[in-house]
Unconditional design. Structure first.
Length: 293
Protein backbone atom coordinates (compact mmCIF):
# COMPACT_ATOMS: atom_id res chain seq x y z
CA UNK A 1 0.00 0.00 0.00
CA UNK A 2 2.79 2.43 0.96
CA UNK A 3 4.70 1.51 -2.19
CA UNK A 4 1.67 2.23 -4.35
CA UNK A 5 1.07 5.56 -2.57
CA UNK A 6 4.69 6.61 -3.03
CA UNK A 7 4.59 5.65 -6.69
CA UNK A 8 1.46 7.73 -7.19
CA UNK A 9 2.87 10.76 -5.37
CA UNK A 10 6.19 10.50 -7.20
CA UNK A 11 4.64 10.30 -10.66
CA UNK A 12 2.09 13.04 -9.99
CA UNK A 13 4.08 15.57 -7.98
CA UNK A 14 7.62 14.69 -6.86
CA UNK A 15 8.97 13.84 -10.31
CA UNK A 16 7.79 17.15 -11.78
CA UNK A 17 9.41 19.28 -9.10
CA UNK A 18 12.58 17.19 -9.10
CA UNK A 19 12.92 17.66 -12.87
CA UNK A 20 12.28 21.40 -12.48
CA UNK A 21 14.97 21.78 -9.80
CA UNK A 22 17.51 19.74 -11.78
CA UNK A 23 16.84 21.80 -14.90
CA UNK A 24 17.52 24.99 -12.95
CA UNK A 25 20.76 23.55 -11.57
CA UNK A 26 22.09 21.94 -14.75
CA UNK A 27 20.39 24.08 -17.44
CA UNK A 28 19.52 20.81 -19.17
CA UNK A 29 16.22 18.98 -19.64
CA UNK A 30 15.80 15.40 -18.43
CA UNK A 31 16.46 13.94 -21.89
CA UNK A 32 19.73 15.86 -22.17
CA UNK A 33 20.86 14.68 -18.75
CA UNK A 34 20.04 11.06 -19.56
CA UNK A 35 21.68 11.09 -22.97
CA UNK A 36 24.79 12.77 -21.56
CA UNK A 37 25.12 10.75 -18.38
CA UNK A 38 23.75 7.25 -18.96
CA UNK A 39 25.89 4.50 -20.44
CA UNK A 40 25.08 3.57 -24.05
CA UNK A 41 22.86 0.53 -24.40
CA UNK A 42 20.09 -0.62 -22.11
CA UNK A 43 20.99 1.78 -19.31
CA UNK A 44 20.45 4.76 -21.62
CA UNK A 45 17.56 3.49 -23.74
CA UNK A 46 15.49 2.15 -20.84
CA UNK A 47 15.87 5.52 -19.10
CA UNK A 48 14.90 7.41 -22.25
CA UNK A 49 11.92 5.11 -22.81
CA UNK A 50 10.67 5.66 -19.25
CA UNK A 51 11.20 9.42 -19.50
CA UNK A 52 9.24 9.68 -22.75
CA UNK A 53 6.39 7.47 -21.52
CA UNK A 54 6.11 9.49 -18.31
CA UNK A 55 6.10 12.87 -20.02
CA UNK A 56 3.03 15.09 -20.00
CA UNK A 57 4.09 16.38 -23.41
CA UNK A 58 2.21 14.64 -26.25
CA UNK A 59 5.12 14.91 -28.70
CA UNK A 60 7.45 13.17 -26.24
CA UNK A 61 4.91 10.47 -25.30
CA UNK A 62 4.27 9.68 -28.95
CA UNK A 63 8.01 9.27 -29.58
CA UNK A 64 7.99 5.73 -28.16
CA UNK A 65 5.44 4.65 -30.78
CA UNK A 66 7.13 5.93 -33.95
CA UNK A 67 7.97 3.63 -36.85
CA UNK A 68 11.54 3.29 -38.08
CA UNK A 69 10.93 5.61 -41.04
CA UNK A 70 9.64 8.35 -38.71
CA UNK A 71 12.52 8.30 -36.22
CA UNK A 72 14.58 11.06 -37.83
CA UNK A 73 11.64 13.46 -37.99
CA UNK A 74 10.63 12.52 -34.46
CA UNK A 75 14.11 13.43 -33.17
CA UNK A 76 13.82 16.87 -34.78
CA UNK A 77 10.34 17.35 -33.30
CA UNK A 78 11.52 16.42 -29.81
CA UNK A 79 14.48 18.79 -30.06
CA UNK A 80 12.19 21.59 -31.23
CA UNK A 81 9.69 20.88 -28.43
CA UNK A 82 12.44 20.91 -25.77
CA UNK A 83 14.19 23.94 -27.35
CA UNK A 84 17.41 22.01 -28.00
CA UNK A 85 19.59 23.38 -30.80
CA UNK A 86 19.42 21.23 -33.95
CA UNK A 87 23.20 21.47 -34.27
CA UNK A 88 23.60 19.44 -31.06
CA UNK A 89 24.75 16.35 -32.99
CA UNK A 90 25.55 14.28 -29.90
CA UNK A 91 22.01 14.61 -28.54
CA UNK A 92 20.54 13.98 -31.98
CA UNK A 93 22.64 10.84 -32.60
CA UNK A 94 22.06 9.30 -29.18
CA UNK A 95 18.32 9.95 -29.19
CA UNK A 96 18.11 8.54 -32.72
CA UNK A 97 19.80 5.30 -31.59
CA UNK A 98 17.52 4.93 -28.56
CA UNK A 99 14.36 5.51 -30.61
CA UNK A 100 15.53 2.96 -33.19
CA UNK A 101 16.03 0.40 -30.41
CA UNK A 102 12.59 1.14 -28.93
CA UNK A 103 10.74 0.97 -32.26
CA UNK A 104 12.81 -2.02 -33.33
CA UNK A 105 11.87 -3.99 -30.22
CA UNK A 106 8.17 -3.44 -30.87
CA UNK A 107 8.56 -4.45 -34.51
CA UNK A 108 10.57 -7.54 -33.58
CA UNK A 109 7.82 -8.68 -31.23
CA UNK A 110 5.23 -8.28 -34.02
CA UNK A 111 7.40 -10.29 -36.43
CA UNK A 112 7.94 -13.06 -33.88
CA UNK A 113 4.22 -13.10 -33.10
CA UNK A 114 3.35 -13.34 -36.79
CA UNK A 115 5.65 -16.36 -37.18
CA UNK A 116 4.22 -17.98 -34.04
CA UNK A 117 0.70 -17.65 -35.45
CA UNK A 118 1.59 -19.60 -38.60
CA UNK A 119 0.48 -23.20 -38.00
CA UNK A 120 2.70 -25.99 -39.27
CA UNK A 121 1.16 -27.20 -42.52
CA UNK A 122 2.27 -30.58 -43.86
CA UNK A 123 0.89 -29.57 -47.26
CA UNK A 124 3.24 -26.59 -47.36
CA UNK A 125 6.41 -27.55 -49.22
CA UNK A 126 8.55 -24.96 -47.41
CA UNK A 127 7.42 -26.20 -44.00
CA UNK A 128 8.17 -29.79 -44.96
CA UNK A 129 11.60 -28.86 -46.31
CA UNK A 130 12.52 -27.19 -43.01
CA UNK A 131 11.41 -30.24 -41.07
CA UNK A 132 13.50 -32.57 -43.23
CA UNK A 133 16.41 -30.14 -42.95
CA UNK A 134 16.19 -30.43 -39.17
CA UNK A 135 16.46 -34.21 -39.40
CA UNK A 136 19.42 -34.06 -41.79
CA UNK A 137 21.28 -31.57 -39.59
CA UNK A 138 20.83 -33.63 -36.44
CA UNK A 139 21.01 -37.14 -37.93
CA UNK A 140 23.38 -36.87 -40.92
CA UNK A 141 24.31 -40.56 -40.90
CA UNK A 142 20.78 -41.95 -40.68
CA UNK A 143 18.23 -41.73 -43.45
CA UNK A 144 14.63 -40.92 -42.59
CA UNK A 145 12.76 -43.92 -43.91
CA UNK A 146 9.36 -42.22 -44.16
CA UNK A 147 7.76 -38.82 -43.48
CA UNK A 148 5.51 -40.43 -40.88
CA UNK A 149 7.88 -42.47 -38.75
CA UNK A 150 8.76 -43.47 -35.21
CA UNK A 151 12.26 -42.22 -36.06
CA UNK A 152 11.14 -38.70 -35.14
CA UNK A 153 11.22 -39.82 -31.53
CA UNK A 154 15.00 -40.20 -31.91
CA UNK A 155 15.35 -36.42 -31.98
CA UNK A 156 12.82 -35.83 -29.25
CA UNK A 157 9.39 -35.51 -30.85
CA UNK A 158 6.47 -37.19 -29.10
CA UNK A 159 5.07 -39.30 -31.91
CA UNK A 160 5.52 -40.35 -35.51
CA UNK A 161 4.41 -36.96 -36.96
CA UNK A 162 6.17 -33.86 -35.56
CA UNK A 163 3.55 -31.45 -36.88
CA UNK A 164 1.36 -32.13 -33.83
CA UNK A 165 4.12 -30.88 -31.52
CA UNK A 166 4.25 -27.42 -33.12
CA UNK A 167 0.70 -26.44 -32.15
CA UNK A 168 1.63 -24.09 -29.32
CA UNK A 169 4.44 -22.14 -31.00
CA UNK A 170 3.52 -22.70 -34.65
CA UNK A 171 6.24 -22.35 -37.25
CA UNK A 172 8.36 -20.34 -34.78
CA UNK A 173 9.19 -23.54 -32.89
CA UNK A 174 10.50 -25.26 -36.02
CA UNK A 175 12.41 -22.21 -37.26
CA UNK A 176 14.22 -21.95 -33.92
CA UNK A 177 15.14 -25.64 -33.90
CA UNK A 178 16.50 -25.41 -37.44
CA UNK A 179 18.38 -22.18 -36.70
CA UNK A 180 20.21 -23.69 -33.73
CA UNK A 181 21.01 -26.87 -35.65
CA UNK A 182 22.28 -24.93 -38.68
CA UNK A 183 24.37 -22.28 -36.91
CA UNK A 184 25.57 -24.39 -33.97
CA UNK A 185 25.55 -27.85 -35.55
CA UNK A 186 28.25 -29.32 -33.32
CA UNK A 187 26.57 -28.07 -30.14
CA UNK A 188 23.12 -29.19 -31.32
CA UNK A 189 24.33 -32.75 -31.99
CA UNK A 190 26.14 -32.87 -28.66
CA UNK A 191 23.04 -31.72 -26.79
CA UNK A 192 20.88 -34.22 -28.71
CA UNK A 193 23.30 -36.96 -27.66
CA UNK A 194 23.21 -35.81 -24.03
CA UNK A 195 19.40 -35.72 -24.12
CA UNK A 196 19.49 -39.52 -24.66
CA UNK A 197 21.19 -40.06 -21.30
CA UNK A 198 19.71 -43.20 -19.67
CA UNK A 199 18.94 -41.43 -16.39
CA UNK A 200 18.89 -37.68 -17.08
CA UNK A 201 17.57 -37.77 -20.63
CA UNK A 202 14.83 -35.52 -21.98
CA UNK A 203 12.96 -35.04 -25.26
CA UNK A 204 15.26 -32.76 -27.24
CA UNK A 205 12.76 -31.34 -29.76
CA UNK A 206 9.92 -30.98 -27.26
CA UNK A 207 12.19 -29.14 -24.82
CA UNK A 208 13.43 -26.99 -27.70
CA UNK A 209 9.87 -25.94 -28.53
CA UNK A 210 9.26 -25.28 -24.83
CA UNK A 211 12.28 -22.98 -24.79
CA UNK A 212 10.86 -21.15 -27.81
CA UNK A 213 7.82 -20.40 -25.65
CA UNK A 214 10.13 -19.11 -22.91
CA UNK A 215 12.02 -16.81 -25.30
CA UNK A 216 8.72 -15.61 -26.78
CA UNK A 217 7.19 -14.82 -23.37
CA UNK A 218 10.32 -12.90 -22.28
CA UNK A 219 10.15 -10.86 -25.48
CA UNK A 220 6.42 -10.24 -25.08
CA UNK A 221 6.60 -8.96 -21.48
CA UNK A 222 9.57 -6.69 -22.21
CA UNK A 223 12.13 -8.62 -20.17
CA UNK A 224 14.40 -8.97 -23.22
CA UNK A 225 14.81 -5.21 -23.63
CA UNK A 226 17.93 -4.98 -21.48
CA UNK A 227 19.61 -7.80 -23.43
CA UNK A 228 18.64 -6.58 -26.90
CA UNK A 229 19.40 -2.92 -26.21
CA UNK A 230 22.93 -3.97 -25.22
CA UNK A 231 23.46 -6.43 -28.07
CA UNK A 232 22.44 -4.22 -30.98
CA UNK A 233 22.91 -0.47 -31.37
CA UNK A 234 19.91 0.07 -33.59
CA UNK A 235 17.09 -2.14 -34.79
CA UNK A 236 16.85 -5.59 -33.16
CA UNK A 237 16.19 -8.21 -35.84
CA UNK A 238 14.76 -11.74 -35.91
CA UNK A 239 18.38 -12.95 -35.99
CA UNK A 240 18.90 -11.54 -32.49
CA UNK A 241 15.83 -13.38 -31.18
CA UNK A 242 17.10 -16.65 -32.67
CA UNK A 243 20.51 -16.07 -31.10
CA UNK A 244 18.91 -15.61 -27.69
CA UNK A 245 17.00 -18.86 -28.22
CA UNK A 246 20.30 -20.63 -28.94
CA UNK A 247 21.66 -19.32 -25.65
CA UNK A 248 18.62 -20.74 -23.82
CA UNK A 249 19.00 -24.20 -25.40
CA UNK A 250 22.70 -24.40 -24.56
CA UNK A 251 22.30 -23.09 -21.02
CA UNK A 252 19.23 -25.21 -20.23
CA UNK A 253 21.09 -28.38 -21.13
CA UNK A 254 23.92 -27.42 -18.75
CA UNK A 255 21.41 -26.45 -16.07
CA UNK A 256 19.49 -29.74 -16.41
CA UNK A 257 22.56 -31.90 -15.93
CA UNK A 258 23.88 -29.76 -13.08
CA UNK A 259 20.56 -30.07 -11.25
CA UNK A 260 20.31 -33.84 -11.87
CA UNK A 261 16.49 -34.15 -11.64
CA UNK A 262 15.18 -37.45 -10.33
CA UNK A 263 12.98 -37.89 -13.37
CA UNK A 264 11.67 -36.17 -16.49
CA UNK A 265 8.37 -36.03 -14.59
CA UNK A 266 9.86 -33.07 -12.69
CA UNK A 267 10.50 -31.14 -15.90
CA UNK A 268 8.02 -28.33 -15.21
CA UNK A 269 9.56 -27.68 -11.81
CA UNK A 270 13.08 -27.36 -13.21
CA UNK A 271 11.91 -25.50 -16.27
CA UNK A 272 10.39 -22.85 -13.98
CA UNK A 273 13.56 -22.71 -11.90
CA UNK A 274 15.59 -22.11 -15.07
CA UNK A 275 13.06 -19.48 -16.20
CA UNK A 276 13.48 -17.61 -12.90
CA UNK A 277 17.26 -17.76 -13.29
CA UNK A 278 17.09 -16.19 -16.75
CA UNK A 279 14.64 -13.51 -15.59
CA UNK A 280 17.05 -12.67 -12.78
CA UNK A 281 19.94 -12.28 -15.23
CA UNK A 282 17.83 -10.01 -17.43
CA UNK A 283 17.28 -7.59 -14.54
CA UNK A 284 20.89 -6.46 -14.93
CA UNK A 285 20.87 -3.46 -17.31
CA UNK A 286 24.34 -4.48 -18.54
CA UNK A 287 23.34 -8.04 -19.43
CA UNK A 288 24.19 -9.72 -22.76
CA UNK A 289 23.13 -13.37 -22.97
CA UNK A 290 24.79 -14.64 -26.12
CA UNK A 291 26.21 -17.94 -27.32
CA UNK A 292 29.33 -17.37 -29.40
CA UNK A 293 30.84 -19.75 -31.92
Amino acid sequence: MLGYLWGFLYSKYVRFWLKWILRLLTRKCELQRLLDGARAGAQRTLSIEHSLESSKNKVLRNAVHVEEAEVEKCVRDVMKEKKIEQKDTRFKTNLHISLLQISGYKKLYLNVEDLRKVPYDSDNEEHEEQLIELWNLLMPHENLKARISKQWCDIGFQGDDPKTDFRGMGLLGLVNLVYFSKHYTKEARQILSRSNHPKLGYSYAIVGINLTEMAYSLLKNGALKSHLYNVVSGLPQMEHFHQFYCYLVYEFDKFWFEEEPESIMHFNQYREKFHEKIKGLLLDCNVMLTLQN
